[in-house]
Design a protein around this ligand. Structure first.
Ligand code: PSV
Ligand code: MN
Length: 424
């Protein structure tokens, strides 16, 4: 569902004067405000098609109702988010959780909502009912050639679906690994994955990217065959110029310095994309910025600095996607919070005085460097983010509008209380 434009304008009147005051205050002190606003407007974050329903854990799942029952309804939900924040202009499909049946009408619906198709994701971490071989002991790494072949063919099929949709990247995340010592020959497993990825890589169109995502553990608990950025980078380097590493915030062991990882990957020209979420213990898939917003800002600071150093376009040269799950919140409200958290961190990173910071570093002035970094982090940039959103045609306060317009109640009336969206 979409909300009538006049209603959003009406809702925008609430708190308008307060917003003006707060915006003028920051605009009077921050440098390059117009440039920052334009960058915020251009920056789009893709929403995964599997994050629109309630996520569960292995202990249970508590649906909030009105979940999308089809890909069409998922596109409508992302369209609504985009209408409210003007920054969720992409949708990322996981296949076969979402199979675009009638491609022409799916594309038309997405276009109607101003959405593009972001990276397509293959799934060889679950068995499908009609599948010949099982992935219980891995897919691209499997000791059985026939199983590897099945997984390769699935990935090539996903590329074909992506081409039809107008996507330009394939994200490969593998659950492959082992749960017990002795189970796997690490070297053979890695080589099998490499050879399998080589076959998939050969099927990529000229302008496509392959994003190789790593994850430290889970579902395997002893070893994961692509467990960290080193292993992913090794594969990406061996595969060729169209292959890149994808960093997911929650896929690291505790205390990993993710900002350093993205910095070095950018230096190597091998960072391809980022999955946003937040985490306290592991791959918790929590709302972006809900646990450690400072870490998110530090990552953004390196992303901006590293991309600028290579003359990259922030909005288009990397794949940005939210990869979160919503166990206790309304998924759409959660996604609105996540997008805003990303924009806040991005805006703060854009405000860092890089020259001054570099000068402090050259003087080994550690205190000054920290003052610069934390001075920006402690600046309330929410009025900048809101201003960018309004100028782009969105809502001053997306969550408030979502609630005042009774979106969830309407979705429950239309779709029912017990609907279940595909995904995890
Ligand atoms: C795996 O944990 C992951 O981060 C990958 O990106 C998957 O595609 C996604 O979550 C959904 O399982
Ligand atoms: Mn991910």
């Amino acid at each position: 569902m979409l909300i009538e434009k006049y209603k959003i304008d009406e809702f925008n009147q609430n708190g308008w004067d307060e917003h003006q005051r707060r915006f003028e205050f920051i605009a009077s002190s921050a440098k390059n405000v117009e440039e920052v606003l334009q960058k915020l407007i251009d920056f789009q974050i893709a929403i995964p098609s599997w994050a629109l329903g309630t996520g569960g854990t292995r202990f249970g799942r508590f649906s909030g109702g009105g979940e999308p029952r089809s890909l069409e309804e998922k596109i409508e939900d992302v369209g609504l988010l985009h209408q409210l924040n003007q920054s969720s202009g992409g949708i990322s499909l996981h296949i076969p959780w979402d199979i675009p049946g009638n491609v022409a009408s799916i594309k038309a619906l997405a276009a109607q909502h101003g959405l593009r198709f972001d990276a397509v994701n293959s799934n060889t971490f679950q068995d499908q009912p009609d599948q010949q071989h099982t992935y219980k002991f891995g897919s691209l790494q499997n000791v059985d050639k026939a199983i590897r072949k099945q997984a390769i063919e699935h990935n090539i099929e996903v590329i074909k679906q992506g081409i039809e949709l107008g996507s330009d990247a394939l994200t490969v995340w593998l659950a492959d690994g082992s749960s017990f010592p002795g189970q796997l020959n690490f070297r053979k497993a890695f080589q099998n994955v490499l050879e399998s990825l080589e076959e998939i890589y050969a099927a990529l169109p000229e302008n496509w990217k392959m994003l190789v995502e790593y994850k430290a553990y889970e579902p395997n608990f002893y070893s994961t065959t692509i467990a960290d950025w080193g292993q992913s980078l090794l594969l990406a380097n061996k595969l060729g110029p169209k292959a890149f590493t994808l960093v997911d915030f929650g896929h690291h062991l505790p205390n990993a310095n993710i900002e350093q990882i993205v910095s070095l990957l950018l230096m190597e020209g091998k960072l391809g994309g980022f999955h946003f979420n937040d985490s306290k213990y592991g791959d918790d898939d929590l709302t972006v910025g809900s646990i450690d917003p400072y870490k998110l800002f530090l990552i953004f600071n390196e992303l901006v600095e590293g991309m600028d150093a290579r003359g990259m376009n922030h909005a288009t040269d990397l794949g940005w996607m939210i990869d979160a799950s919503h166990n206790v919140k309304d998924p759409l409200e959660d996604l609105l919070q996540s997008v805003e958290a990303i924009q806040i961190a991005y805006a703060q990173a854009l405000l860092v005085d890089t020259k001054e910071l570099e000068a402090a570093r050259m003087e080994n002035d550690v205190v000054k460097a920290q003052e610069i970094i934390q001075g920006v982090y402690r600046t309330d940039v929410r009025p900048l983010v809101a201003e960018a959103r309004i100028r782009a045609g969105g809502a001053l306060n997306p969550i408030q509008v979502f609630r005042q317009a009774k979106v969830r109640e309407t979705l429950i009336n239309r779709r029912g209380l017990k609907t279940v969206a595909t995904g995890l």
